[in-house]
Design a protein around this ligand. Structure first.
Ligand SMILES: O=C(O)CCC(=O)C(=O)O
Ligand SMILES: [Fe+2]
Length: 195
């Protein structure tokens, strides 16, 4: 199968071990999500489209949204997260409510280009990241308060955390190679009269 079929059709993307999420550090949950083959195809698609830093982004990175690669892909990922990821997170956080994705983008770290990302928190309900490759050194996604980094996370697996207040995180300096990760931000409910 070629990359085009795989990425645009979302073919052979899901890797589902059927296991519940595992708490790898305080309120950080890991689970299966994508096949390594799909991760590789998505990285090649992101490279074909190109990475552009947004000058208005307060935490600028070299990123490309899945919606820029393909609106249909963005929609499939949004539905897939609602079907496969959210129920596993609700076992841990029963009151969260899925309102779709604020964004999902591939971020790239390259020596001589973007080599780290400063400590920040995300403005979202729940944040997640998927490891897309592992042929690089450094650039671990680190949570200083939780004493956790994703250096040992296998390609295709996802970790999720509460976006604000308790889980500031940073990408440590890259030492060699190119890192790709998928960042996922889930919408905050805005129907405040429900609460
Ligand atoms: O995966 C990473 O390197 C971190 C990305 C991140 O925290 C973000 O895009 O908000
Ligand atoms: Fe972040």
């Amino acid at each position: 199968m070629d990359d085009l079929q795989r990425v645009l059709g979302y073919v052979d993307a899901a890797d589902d071990d059927g296991e519940p999420a595992v708490e790898v550090a305080p309120e950080i949950y890991e689970m299966s999500f994508w096949t390594p083959e799909f991760c590789g195809a998505l990285v090649r698609a992101a490279e074909a489209v190109g990475f552009t830093p947004d000058p208005d982004d307060p935490v600028p990175g070299h990123e490309v949204s899945l919606a820029t690669i393909s609106p249909a892909l963005f929609q499939r990922v949004e539905i897939d997260i609602g079907r496969r990821v959210w129920p596993r997170l609700q076992e841990q956080w029963p009151l969260i409510e899925y309102r779709g994705l604020r964004d999902a983008f591939v971020i790239r770290y390259r020596v001589g280009e973007q080599e780290s990302l400063r400590l920040h928190q995300d403005v979202a309900q729940v944040s997640a990241t998927v490891r897309l490759n592992d042929d690089y050194d450094g650039a671990e996604l680190a949570f200083p308060r939780q004493g956790y980094d994703n250096g040992d996370l296998p390609v295709g697996r996802l970790i999720a955390w509460p976006s604000l207040v308790t889980h500031p995180h940073e990408a440590l300096p890259l030492r060699s190679g190119t890192k790709y990760g998928l960042t996922i931000w889930c919408h905050i409910p805005d129907d405040l009269d429900q609460y």
